[in-house]
Write a protein that binds this ligand. Structure first.
Ligand SMILES: CC(C)(COP(=O)(O)OP(=O)(O)OC[C@H]1O[C@@H](n2cnc3c(N)ncnc32)[C@H](O)[C@@H]1OP(=O)(O)O)[C@@H](O)C(=O)NCCC(=O)NCCS
Length: 324
């Protein structure tokens, strides 16, 4: 038995933050941002709009697309690094909002790679008998962004994407996933403050510790190398060649990262789904947002081989192959 994606959904906040507006906030330019990252604009959640709100909206849409009701769900997983609060899990709030009273619920913390990790857990749960798992990637990155740091504030955006995963006896669905992590490189991308190491205090606010710190250039090089390696692993284990891939849906961090990965793999850019130009880097939400868009605009069709790959803080990375 395989698990397959039964329905998809997404939600992005209405408020658009353009590069021109960022020019007025930090020393940067529209040209620099577009040329170095590929990003034109991003969405920002309303003040006080929590992650669970974005996640619930995307989840509700995915359920409708799967033609299931909340009471059908066995498990809800929310991949996020910007949950409503340290506890309870944002997934439990989503469970309540949806009225999914039968469903177990927890969050998955693997930063930008979180959706791929959560999808892997959902796949395993379905293979042990679950009928429906809701997997959501949802982020309010704007609350952990230091809006005075031009190195990071131009990159991120808010949003949520969701898929419902269920069983199939056909030879479709999730064919293979490979996940990796290297905690030795934890310092490359981090939000140092706000947890048990540097708990909430005036000191950590003054030193901007609850915000993203990133070594951009190092991140860039590792991202290209590890995503290529993970994709090659998945292709080898599924015995699928790169030419047989119909669509590539990578985590949306930087257009130059996606171009470099595509080039190394021999995958033309017209097979790569891009949303970062309009949404920026939405962390765990970027892949399910791209999947939902590709399903709705007909770019993903039945029978297609869809490759996904992600990279994020941890460091974490991986790839997966889905037969639609
Ligand atoms: C962040 C990133 C866009 C920077 O691009 P880059 O080509 O690597 O640029 P560098 O870091 O080498 O910086 C080049 C210069 O641009 C400057 N710069 C950085 N951000 C800038 C901005 N928003 N506007 C203008 N200049 C900027 C730097 O200060 C540096 O100036 P200096 O040479 O005077 O010190 C790029 O490294 C990146 O996208 N990395 C991956 C980030 C990522 O994906 N993170 C999430 C992983 S899930």
């Amino acid at each position: 038995m395989n698990s397959q994606i039964l329905g998809t959904g997404s939600y992005v906040p209405d408020q658009v933050l353009t590069n021109a507006e960022l020019e007025r906030m930090v020393e940067t330019s529209d040209v620099w941002i577009r040329e170095r990252t590929g990003i034109r604009e991003r969405r920002i959640a309303k003040s006080g709009q929590p992650c669970s709100d974005l996640a619930t909206r995307a989840g509700r849409q995915a359920l409708a697309a799967a033609k299931l009701s909340a009471s059908d769900l066995d498990l809800i997983l929310v991949a996020t690094c910007t949950g409503d609060s340290p506890l309870p899990a944002t997934a439990c709030l989503v469970q309540h909002h949806l009225g999914a009273t039968r469903a177990a619920a927890c969050d998955v913390g693997a930063a930008c790679c979180g959706f791929l990790y959560a999808l892997t857990i959902a796949d395993a749960y379905v293979r042990t008998g679950a009928r429906a798992v809701l997997v959501i990637g949802a982020e309010v990155m704007s609350v952990i962004t230091d809006w005075t740091d031009r190195n990071t504030c131009v990159l991120f955006g808010d949003g949520a994407g969701a898929v419902v995963v269920g069983p199939t006896n056909d030879d479709v669905g999730i064919q293979a996933v490979r996940l990796h992590a290297n905690g030795q490189l934890a310092h490359v991308i981090e939000v140092p403050g706000g947890g048990s190491r540097y708990p909430a205090s005036e000191h950590i606010i003054q030193n901007k510790l609850p915000y993203i710190k990133m070594r951009g250039n190092e991140t860039f090089k590792i991202a290209v190398k590890t995503m290529e390696e993970a994709v090659r692993e998945v292709l080898a284990v599924t015995n699928v060649s790169i030419e047989q891939i119909d669509l590539f849906i990578p985590h949306q961090a930087n257009i130059r990262i996606l171009q470099a990965v595509g080039q190394r793999l021999g995958l033309p850019m017209n097979k790569t789904v891009i949303n970062l130009d309009r949404l920026g880097n939405t962390s765990a939400a970027s892949i399910p947002l791209a999947i939902d868009e590709a399903v709705r605009n007909g770019r993903i069709r039945k029978g297609m081989r869809v490759l996904i790959a992600a990279f994020g803080a941890g460091l974490t990375w991986g790839a997966g192959l889905i037969r639609w």
